[in-house]
Design a protein. Sequence first.
Length: 229
Amino acid sequence: MLIDVRDAVFGYGEREVVRVNALQLRAAQALGIFGPNGAGKTTLVRGLSGLLRPLRGSVQRQAALRIGYLPQYRAIDLNWPMSGLDAALLAISARRRFGWIGSQKRKAREMMERLGVAHLAPKRFATLSGGQQQRILLAGAMASGPQVLILDEPTDGLDVHSREKLLGLLKEFAAAGLAVVMISHEIEDLTCLCDTVARLHPADDPEHPAHVEVITPTMLTLQVTGAAS
């Protein structure tokens, strides 16, 4: 077990945002996070990753758990004249003291080679397609060898081919033992990749936290389409 959440509530100050009765994450598991804007998806992920302590309840994580993060490629400032390699190294430098990269550059290049984007290393990142940018960022996130990879709407804005390519890579990494946590509003993507989905249901009273329902992607589809009884 990499992460085990029991009877936890996450929030800020005295404001409770999301409540989780039970949620586990294991190696080689892909967990989807689904819910409307403002329901607390980011808060839940912060709680899972340890960036946010629970207001109550417990979160147990494997000792020295390595967590990687893949941001939305469109959230990066494209006015900064960085190369493809620079973009891949962002995830590494952000996790190291004083941003020192050292030998990690070699690992980033090796992962870019594996993902088929090594030839884009000297290219200006802003000029690349969305799919190319996401694979470069994925290479950087994977270069440090995470046990858990968190992705925020990774296919948003991608064309069909780029989306299929990215999801295929994530499935390969999960099959090799990586635990994947993916925030997404795309039910098809969740069905394609995930074993389990944490669906957030906002409370009727805004003063109360949203609650998490752990279901299969198939059940999510039935619920959203109205086919579930």
